[in-house]
Design a protein around this ligand. Structure first.
Ligand code: CO
Length: 209
């Protein structure tokens, strides 16, 4: 199929519906974007940022990758964070994982998945930091879900440690970093209570000296 006609039809209907509820919707958006939130989430098709928190186009800046990982050398993710913090001046960065994440599950396996294993190595590192805790869980699903949570917390720490967030805080910019997890079984978000708003909290929550 060379042309995905049904998607263009859906797009047209959607654009009409948006214009019906607000005739200036696209005109206003075309002039500026002023999102308050940066969402860093998993690429999983069941975890679409805007829909989950019921926000319109223009309200949330989004970066997604497999298993919502923030790697210190990933220019893609770092560029998104820099633009969001320094230019858009978002007030919140949300790292959102989800239970039953296929990337996290694959990271727990001793199987060859090909190239993606290089990426999942970052999640395997999280497992290594918390190996005793994870290994003590018997149920396989619970084991994966625990690693999903710990992975989010680790990535929150990675966001906070970027030079971008560090200098924003140093300059007194208001910026909160949150760790959330989404349940694909009921559509409900859970706050993992690791919200960090400055370097002092960073030291407290992550037990760093
Ligand atoms: Co996932």
């Amino acid at each position: 199929m060379r042309i995905l006609k049904h998607l263009f039809e859906k797009n047209k209907k959607w654009a009409e519906k948006m214009k019906k509820s607000d005739p200036d919707f696209f005109l206003n958006l075309s002039q500026q974007q002023k999102p308050e939130y940066l969402w860093i989430g998993c690429s999983d098709s069941r975890v679409p940022a805007n829909q989950i928190v019921d926000l319109l186009p223009g309200e949330i800046f989004v970066h997604r990758n497999i298993a919502n990982v923030v790697v210190h050398t990933d220019l893609n993710c770092l560029s998104v964070i820099q633009f969001a913090v320094e230019v858009l001046k978002v007030k919140h960065i949300i790292v959102c994982g989800h239970y039953g994440c296929g990337g996290v599950k694959a990271a727990l396996e001793n199987k060859d998945h090909g190239l993606i294993d290089n990426w999942l190595r970052n999640v395997k590192d999280v497992y290594r930091y918390h190996q005793n805790k994870i290994d003590s869980i018997q149920d396989e699903k619970e084991k994966i879900n625990k690693l999903c949570e710990l992975n989010v917390i680790e990535q929150v720490s990675n966001v906070c440690n970027t030079t971008i967030v560090q200098s924003a805080w140093k300059n007194g910019q208001e910026l909160d970093v949150h760790g959330w997890i989404y349940n694909i079984e009921d559509g409900i978000l859970k706050d993992l209570n690791v919200c960090i708003t400055n370097n002092e909290e960073m030291t407290k929550i992550f037990n760093l000296k």
